[in-house]
Ligand binder design. Sequence first.
Ligand code: MG
Length: 475
Amino acid sequence: MATTLAGLSRYLLRLSRFRRHISSGNRNLARHSSRRRSDFFGAPKLGPPEVSRILRSNETSREVQARSLRAFDTNQLPSNNPMEDRLIVARCLLTTGHMFGVFDGHGGHNLAELLSHRLLDYIALSILPPALLKEYLEKNKRTHLVQVVHAIDSLTDRQTEVHFDSLNAFARNLLSSASSPFSMQDALHRAFVQLDNDISREIIEQKLPNGSQYAVMGSCACVVHIDGTHLHVASTGDCKAVLGILSDDATWLSKAVSVEHNTDNINELRRVLSEHPASESNSVVKQDRLLGQLAPLRAFGDFNYKWEASRIRELLVPQFGTYVLPAHYMTPPYLTAQPEVMHHHLTPRDKFLVLASDGLWEQMQPHKVVRLVGQHMSGKQTLDLLRLPRPLMKLGDVYDLLHIRHQGLAQKPSDANAATHLIRNALGRNEYGIEHGKLAAMLALPQEVVRSFRDDMSIAVIYFDSEFLRLSPAG
Ligand code: MG
């Protein structure tokens, strides 16, 4: 008994030390602690087949072949129970684009789930040309503007009803103000802000079932819109999108196409501080968190960082207690859902894009992610029959293709899905390759402690069609 108690206290001591490392945001310390983690949890309980079964249980791979979009791989590995991330893929029904969205919820999963099924309709609506917008309002109102290609859940009937009420009001609003020249950046910006405002109003007007629960939850969101050679990324919070580019000397380069909104971003920190009086400069951001509490500096929801204090006292304090009103809450709003939008003109060098929640990025740097997916692409070619990318190729080009394929044999991956390959590497890689004991320990962590070691991970690897991009005019 004494031995068990001594063991338990050592366990709790090491756990509390590790939690401090994680909460301080020092990712290097977290990584260095990985050696101790596998020692600490002893011999792996999961065998290789069980590890692969867990890693692959949420994976999806699809060939799309829609202009520049060739295919995608997605996967999600939960840490929270239930998982607070959401991932959605959809096709615009009235325009030619595709969209991918990653939503990283906090305080629960419900808001991320709600957003994932509403935001893409808002975006698809805001990018419609006026004539199509008018037609939609006349003929099709109360139908979705996107067709979901991949998602894990759906809205309830009541949520759908509330969604279309607000979406129709937004459509009427857009039509009456559609005089200025169209800008994709403005359209994405407007869709994000409108949905956040609509959810706030639906809670206040008691339209959403169990509405007040959404008021104290939040979610980051990153949405990628791909249409031909145009790639737009709109992001609020700390999800991230990174391009994998193959350079002329056949090395892989990574390029971030989104901006993270947290205290690592000095411009963002300056923006937040500039929106409040100097007298609040010590309390607006404290211990790397907004009002000492919230890690992302932009998010959907979290209306207890946006509403007037009187409204929080009236609507939220009676149900959730005084803790929902942050200390030093003097000049709201402190938080916004406004995204930063980036545009990239796709070229044949752009081979893929990795969109993921911070659960991946806090385990692995973007350049490593890009290198792993790049190697996975060449290794994966050896799993398929050889297909010539275009007819009437020169013999020299066919030779080059065979040479690349031969080199890829050495990198033949164990996972066909690149998102799964990334999760396996993020959790199990050491200097020499995948360490089964480390990977098995990370997957077998008890639910009470798992969140201290890894976050929910949601990953979409989006492949571009190099032939389409090669034949597309620049500009
Ligand atoms: Mg996260």
